[in-house]
Ligand binder design. Structure first.
Ligand SMILES: [Mn+2]
Length: 328
Protein backbone atom coordinates (compact mmCIF):
# COMPACT_ATOMS: atom_id res chain seq x y z
CA UNK A 1 0.00 0.00 0.00
CA UNK A 2 2.18 2.87 -1.16
CA UNK A 3 2.15 5.52 -3.81
CA UNK A 4 4.36 5.11 -6.81
CA UNK A 5 5.32 6.95 -9.98
CA UNK A 6 4.89 5.36 -13.39
CA UNK A 7 8.56 4.38 -14.00
CA UNK A 8 8.50 2.42 -10.73
CA UNK A 9 5.36 0.62 -11.83
CA UNK A 10 6.88 -0.17 -15.20
CA UNK A 11 9.97 -1.55 -13.45
CA UNK A 12 7.89 -3.62 -11.03
CA UNK A 13 5.98 -5.20 -13.94
CA UNK A 14 9.13 -6.03 -15.91
CA UNK A 15 9.81 -9.76 -16.09
CA UNK A 16 6.31 -10.74 -14.91
CA UNK A 17 4.85 -13.10 -17.45
CA UNK A 18 1.08 -13.14 -16.93
CA UNK A 19 -0.50 -9.74 -16.34
CA UNK A 20 -4.19 -9.07 -15.84
CA UNK A 21 -5.62 -5.62 -16.66
CA UNK A 22 -8.98 -4.69 -15.14
CA UNK A 23 -11.33 -1.77 -14.42
CA UNK A 24 -14.60 -1.06 -12.65
CA UNK A 25 -18.00 -2.64 -13.34
CA UNK A 26 -20.45 -0.71 -15.50
CA UNK A 27 -17.39 0.57 -17.33
CA UNK A 28 -17.34 3.94 -19.07
CA UNK A 29 -15.02 4.86 -21.94
CA UNK A 30 -12.28 5.93 -19.49
CA UNK A 31 -12.31 2.49 -17.85
CA UNK A 32 -12.45 0.63 -21.17
CA UNK A 33 -10.08 2.87 -23.17
CA UNK A 34 -7.54 2.80 -20.32
CA UNK A 35 -7.82 -0.99 -20.07
CA UNK A 36 -7.36 -1.56 -23.80
CA UNK A 37 -4.46 0.92 -24.13
CA UNK A 38 -2.68 -0.59 -21.12
CA UNK A 39 -3.24 -4.14 -22.36
CA UNK A 40 -1.84 -3.21 -25.79
CA UNK A 41 1.18 -1.54 -24.20
CA UNK A 42 1.96 -4.52 -21.93
CA UNK A 43 1.46 -6.96 -24.80
CA UNK A 44 3.91 -4.89 -26.82
CA UNK A 45 6.41 -5.16 -23.95
CA UNK A 46 6.22 -8.95 -24.29
CA UNK A 47 3.84 -9.84 -21.45
CA UNK A 48 1.08 -12.39 -21.71
CA UNK A 49 -1.89 -10.08 -21.15
CA UNK A 50 -5.47 -10.79 -20.12
CA UNK A 51 -8.04 -7.98 -19.87
CA UNK A 52 -11.23 -8.52 -17.90
CA UNK A 53 -14.26 -6.52 -16.97
CA UNK A 54 -17.18 -7.62 -14.79
CA UNK A 55 -19.51 -6.56 -17.63
CA UNK A 56 -17.29 -7.71 -20.48
CA UNK A 57 -17.08 -5.34 -23.44
CA UNK A 58 -20.39 -3.40 -23.67
CA UNK A 59 -21.63 -3.35 -27.27
CA UNK A 60 -22.07 0.41 -27.00
CA UNK A 61 -18.26 0.79 -26.96
CA UNK A 62 -17.32 -2.10 -29.23
CA UNK A 63 -16.12 0.40 -31.86
CA UNK A 64 -13.02 1.09 -29.74
CA UNK A 65 -10.02 -0.38 -31.59
CA UNK A 66 -8.92 -3.77 -30.20
CA UNK A 67 -12.06 -3.90 -28.04
CA UNK A 68 -12.09 -7.71 -28.45
CA UNK A 69 -9.19 -7.82 -25.99
CA UNK A 70 -11.67 -7.29 -23.10
CA UNK A 71 -13.64 -10.32 -21.96
CA UNK A 72 -15.71 -11.28 -18.92
CA UNK A 73 -13.72 -12.94 -16.10
CA UNK A 74 -13.05 -16.66 -16.45
CA UNK A 75 -15.54 -18.96 -14.69
CA UNK A 76 -12.79 -20.73 -12.74
CA UNK A 77 -10.27 -18.65 -10.77
CA UNK A 78 -6.89 -18.09 -12.40
CA UNK A 79 -3.57 -16.84 -11.04
CA UNK A 80 -1.47 -13.99 -12.44
CA UNK A 81 1.98 -12.53 -11.86
CA UNK A 82 0.47 -9.05 -11.55
CA UNK A 83 -2.90 -7.32 -11.70
CA UNK A 84 -3.25 -3.72 -12.94
CA UNK A 85 -6.51 -2.04 -11.84
CA UNK A 86 -7.46 1.13 -13.72
CA UNK A 87 -9.92 3.96 -13.00
CA UNK A 88 -11.33 2.03 -10.02
CA UNK A 89 -11.73 3.97 -6.77
CA UNK A 90 -12.53 1.03 -4.49
CA UNK A 91 -11.48 -2.58 -4.97
CA UNK A 92 -14.99 -4.04 -4.75
CA UNK A 93 -15.99 -2.00 -7.84
CA UNK A 94 -14.02 -4.62 -9.79
CA UNK A 95 -17.01 -6.92 -9.20
CA UNK A 96 -16.73 -10.56 -10.24
CA UNK A 97 -13.13 -9.99 -11.36
CA UNK A 98 -12.14 -10.38 -7.71
CA UNK A 99 -13.60 -13.91 -7.56
CA UNK A 100 -11.71 -14.93 -10.68
CA UNK A 101 -8.23 -13.99 -9.44
CA UNK A 102 -6.99 -16.87 -7.28
CA UNK A 103 -3.56 -15.37 -6.70
CA UNK A 104 -1.42 -12.39 -7.66
CA UNK A 105 1.77 -11.36 -5.84
CA UNK A 106 1.46 -7.76 -7.08
CA UNK A 107 -1.49 -5.37 -7.39
CA UNK A 108 -1.06 -2.05 -9.17
CA UNK A 109 -3.64 0.73 -9.22
CA UNK A 110 -3.68 3.71 -11.59
CA UNK A 111 -6.59 6.06 -10.98
CA UNK A 112 -7.80 9.66 -10.72
CA UNK A 113 -10.49 9.37 -8.03
CA UNK A 114 -9.86 11.47 -4.95
CA UNK A 115 -11.69 8.92 -2.79
CA UNK A 116 -9.29 6.11 -3.78
CA UNK A 117 -7.69 4.83 -0.53
CA UNK A 118 -4.74 3.27 -2.37
CA UNK A 119 -5.79 -0.39 -2.04
CA UNK A 120 -3.01 -1.83 -4.24
CA UNK A 121 0.66 -2.58 -3.49
CA UNK A 122 1.69 0.23 -5.85
CA UNK A 123 -0.70 3.15 -6.33
CA UNK A 124 -0.49 5.93 -8.88
CA UNK A 125 -3.43 8.16 -7.98
CA UNK A 126 -3.55 11.66 -9.39
CA UNK A 127 -6.86 13.43 -8.85
CA UNK A 128 -5.63 16.57 -10.58
CA UNK A 129 -6.11 14.66 -13.84
CA UNK A 130 -9.61 14.54 -15.36
CA UNK A 131 -9.25 10.98 -16.67
CA UNK A 132 -7.21 7.86 -15.99
CA UNK A 133 -6.55 7.94 -19.74
CA UNK A 134 -4.72 11.24 -19.32
CA UNK A 135 -2.48 9.83 -16.55
CA UNK A 136 -1.59 6.92 -18.84
CA UNK A 137 -1.07 9.07 -21.94
CA UNK A 138 1.24 11.43 -20.04
CA UNK A 139 3.17 8.47 -18.60
CA UNK A 140 3.55 6.81 -22.01
CA UNK A 141 4.71 10.08 -23.58
CA UNK A 142 7.18 10.75 -20.77
CA UNK A 143 8.61 7.24 -20.86
CA UNK A 144 8.97 7.26 -24.65
CA UNK A 145 6.59 4.32 -25.00
CA UNK A 146 5.35 3.88 -28.56
CA UNK A 147 1.70 4.93 -28.78
CA UNK A 148 0.09 3.15 -31.73
CA UNK A 149 -3.01 4.66 -33.44
CA UNK A 150 -5.10 2.01 -31.61
CA UNK A 151 -3.69 3.02 -28.22
CA UNK A 152 -4.04 6.73 -29.08
CA UNK A 153 -7.70 6.32 -30.04
CA UNK A 154 -8.51 4.48 -26.81
CA UNK A 155 -6.73 7.04 -24.66
CA UNK A 156 -8.34 9.93 -26.54
CA UNK A 157 -11.80 8.35 -26.06
CA UNK A 158 -11.05 7.98 -22.33
CA UNK A 159 -10.09 11.65 -21.97
CA UNK A 160 -12.78 13.00 -24.30
CA UNK A 161 -15.59 11.28 -22.40
CA UNK A 162 -14.39 11.78 -18.80
CA UNK A 163 -13.96 15.51 -19.46
CA UNK A 164 -17.45 15.74 -21.03
CA UNK A 165 -15.83 16.70 -24.35
CA UNK A 166 -13.21 18.92 -22.70
CA UNK A 167 -15.76 20.84 -20.62
CA UNK A 168 -15.57 19.56 -17.04
CA UNK A 169 -13.43 20.55 -14.07
CA UNK A 170 -9.88 19.29 -14.37
CA UNK A 171 -9.69 19.97 -18.10
CA UNK A 172 -6.42 21.90 -18.36
CA UNK A 173 -3.92 23.10 -20.92
CA UNK A 174 -2.15 19.79 -20.31
CA UNK A 175 -5.33 17.93 -21.30
CA UNK A 176 -5.37 19.69 -24.68
CA UNK A 177 -1.62 19.11 -25.13
CA UNK A 178 -2.07 15.40 -24.47
CA UNK A 179 -5.11 15.27 -26.79
CA UNK A 180 -3.03 16.98 -29.49
CA UNK A 181 -0.18 14.46 -29.03
CA UNK A 182 -2.66 11.59 -29.30
CA UNK A 183 -4.38 13.10 -32.35
CA UNK A 184 -1.00 13.41 -34.05
CA UNK A 185 -0.53 9.66 -33.46
CA UNK A 186 -3.54 8.73 -35.55
CA UNK A 187 -6.88 9.52 -33.86
CA UNK A 188 -9.70 10.13 -36.33
CA UNK A 189 -11.51 12.70 -34.16
CA UNK A 190 -14.63 13.08 -36.33
CA UNK A 191 -15.15 9.35 -36.70
CA UNK A 192 -14.56 8.69 -33.01
CA UNK A 193 -16.97 11.48 -32.00
CA UNK A 194 -19.68 10.03 -34.25
CA UNK A 195 -19.17 6.60 -32.70
CA UNK A 196 -19.28 8.03 -29.18
CA UNK A 197 -22.20 10.42 -29.47
CA UNK A 198 -24.23 10.10 -32.61
CA UNK A 199 -25.97 6.79 -32.27
CA UNK A 200 -28.25 5.13 -29.74
CA UNK A 201 -31.00 2.52 -29.68
CA UNK A 202 -34.65 3.64 -29.78
CA UNK A 203 -35.23 2.30 -26.24
CA UNK A 204 -33.02 5.11 -25.01
CA UNK A 205 -35.59 7.62 -26.24
CA UNK A 206 -38.38 5.63 -24.54
CA UNK A 207 -36.29 5.66 -21.39
CA UNK A 208 -35.80 9.41 -21.63
CA UNK A 209 -39.54 9.88 -22.20
CA UNK A 210 -40.27 8.01 -18.96
CA UNK A 211 -37.55 9.61 -16.87
CA UNK A 212 -38.54 13.14 -17.83
CA UNK A 213 -42.12 12.45 -16.74
CA UNK A 214 -40.83 11.21 -13.36
CA UNK A 215 -38.67 14.33 -12.81
CA UNK A 216 -39.26 16.09 -9.51
CA UNK A 217 -37.87 19.15 -7.80
CA UNK A 218 -37.18 19.35 -4.08
CA UNK A 219 -35.26 21.50 -1.59
CA UNK A 220 -36.66 24.80 -2.96
CA UNK A 221 -36.12 23.54 -6.53
CA UNK A 222 -32.38 23.32 -5.95
CA UNK A 223 -32.44 19.53 -6.29
CA UNK A 224 -33.78 17.78 -9.40
CA UNK A 225 -34.21 14.03 -9.46
CA UNK A 226 -35.78 11.20 -11.36
CA UNK A 227 -36.08 7.48 -10.93
CA UNK A 228 -36.23 4.29 -12.94
CA UNK A 229 -38.25 1.40 -11.44
CA UNK A 230 -36.97 -2.06 -12.31
CA UNK A 231 -40.27 -3.18 -13.87
CA UNK A 232 -40.13 -0.31 -16.37
CA UNK A 233 -36.46 -0.90 -17.18
CA UNK A 234 -37.26 -4.57 -17.81
CA UNK A 235 -40.26 -3.81 -20.00
CA UNK A 236 -38.02 -1.68 -22.22
CA UNK A 237 -35.12 -4.15 -22.17
CA UNK A 238 -32.85 -1.43 -20.79
CA UNK A 239 -29.16 -2.33 -20.62
CA UNK A 240 -26.95 -0.86 -17.85
CA UNK A 241 -25.18 1.35 -20.42
CA UNK A 242 -28.46 2.95 -21.61
CA UNK A 243 -28.87 5.15 -18.53
CA UNK A 244 -25.43 6.72 -18.98
CA UNK A 245 -25.71 10.50 -19.37
CA UNK A 246 -29.48 10.73 -18.78
CA UNK A 247 -28.87 12.80 -15.66
CA UNK A 248 -27.49 15.63 -17.82
CA UNK A 249 -31.03 16.56 -18.81
CA UNK A 250 -31.90 17.61 -15.26
CA UNK A 251 -28.41 18.68 -14.17
CA UNK A 252 -28.36 21.49 -16.73
CA UNK A 253 -31.56 23.21 -15.55
CA UNK A 254 -31.01 26.77 -14.30
CA UNK A 255 -31.19 27.02 -10.53
CA UNK A 256 -30.61 23.30 -9.99
CA UNK A 257 -27.54 22.75 -7.80
CA UNK A 258 -27.69 19.00 -7.55
CA UNK A 259 -29.19 16.27 -9.70
CA UNK A 260 -29.93 12.73 -8.57
CA UNK A 261 -30.90 9.62 -10.50
CA UNK A 262 -32.32 6.58 -8.71
CA UNK A 263 -32.26 3.25 -10.49
CA UNK A 264 -33.87 0.19 -8.93
CA UNK A 265 -31.57 -2.84 -9.19
CA UNK A 266 -32.47 -6.49 -9.64
CA UNK A 267 -30.78 -7.41 -6.34
CA UNK A 268 -33.21 -5.23 -4.37
CA UNK A 269 -30.96 -2.23 -3.95
CA UNK A 270 -30.94 1.16 -5.62
CA UNK A 271 -28.19 2.74 -7.64
CA UNK A 272 -27.76 6.45 -6.98
CA UNK A 273 -26.02 8.76 -9.45
CA UNK A 274 -25.41 12.21 -8.05
CA UNK A 275 -24.15 15.38 -9.71
CA UNK A 276 -23.33 18.70 -8.12
CA UNK A 277 -23.00 22.02 -9.91
CA UNK A 278 -21.87 23.90 -6.84
CA UNK A 279 -18.52 23.18 -5.17
CA UNK A 280 -20.11 23.97 -1.78
CA UNK A 281 -22.13 20.78 -2.13
CA UNK A 282 -19.78 17.78 -2.19
CA UNK A 283 -21.45 14.88 -4.06
CA UNK A 284 -18.61 12.51 -3.16
CA UNK A 285 -19.02 13.16 0.55
CA UNK A 286 -22.74 12.55 0.39
CA UNK A 287 -22.32 9.30 -1.59
CA UNK A 288 -19.58 8.19 0.79
CA UNK A 289 -22.05 8.49 3.67
CA UNK A 290 -24.09 5.83 1.82
CA UNK A 291 -21.06 3.62 1.12
CA UNK A 292 -20.28 4.98 -2.35
CA UNK A 293 -17.77 7.45 -3.74
CA UNK A 294 -16.41 9.21 -6.80
CA UNK A 295 -15.64 12.85 -7.51
CA UNK A 296 -16.74 16.06 -5.79
CA UNK A 297 -19.10 16.95 -8.66
CA UNK A 298 -20.00 13.44 -9.85
CA UNK A 299 -20.47 10.45 -7.58
CA UNK A 300 -22.49 7.33 -7.05
CA UNK A 301 -23.55 4.71 -4.53
CA UNK A 302 -25.47 1.44 -4.25
CA UNK A 303 -27.96 1.65 -1.42
CA UNK A 304 -30.10 -1.07 0.19
CA UNK A 305 -33.84 -0.45 0.43
CA UNK A 306 -36.87 0.14 -1.74
CA UNK A 307 -36.63 2.84 -4.38
CA UNK A 308 -39.19 5.06 -2.59
CA UNK A 309 -37.38 4.76 0.76
CA UNK A 310 -33.96 5.41 -0.73
CA UNK A 311 -35.27 8.39 -2.71
CA UNK A 312 -36.70 10.09 0.37
CA UNK A 313 -33.66 9.31 2.51
CA UNK A 314 -31.15 10.59 -0.04
CA UNK A 315 -33.12 13.69 -1.07
CA UNK A 316 -33.44 14.66 2.60
CA UNK A 317 -29.72 14.10 3.13
CA UNK A 318 -28.86 16.24 0.08
CA UNK A 319 -31.08 19.07 1.24
CA UNK A 320 -29.64 18.88 4.74
CA UNK A 321 -26.09 19.00 3.38
CA UNK A 322 -26.99 22.04 1.27
CA UNK A 323 -28.38 23.85 4.28
CA UNK A 324 -25.06 23.53 6.07
CA UNK A 325 -22.22 23.44 3.53
CA UNK A 326 -19.31 21.23 4.65
CA UNK A 327 -16.65 23.93 4.56
CA UNK A 328 -18.49 26.50 6.65
MN1 LIG B 1 -12.38 7.99 -14.98
Amino acid sequence: MRSAVFPEIREALRGRRRILVVSHLRPDADALGSTIATALWLRDEGHEVTAWNHDGMPSKFSFLPSSEIITTPSASPDSFDAVVALDTSVKNRLGSVLDSVSHSPLWVCIDHHRSNPGYADLNLIDWTRPATGQILAEAFLQEGITITPEMATNLYAAIETDTGSFRYEGTSARTFEVAAELTARGVNVAELSRSLYEHYPRRRLELLRHTLVSARFTCDDRVASFSLPLAFAESLGVLPEDTEGLIEHIRCIDGVQAAAFFEELADGGVRLSLRSKDSRFDACKLCASFGGGGHQLASGARIKGSIAEVEEMVLNAICEAMEKPSNS
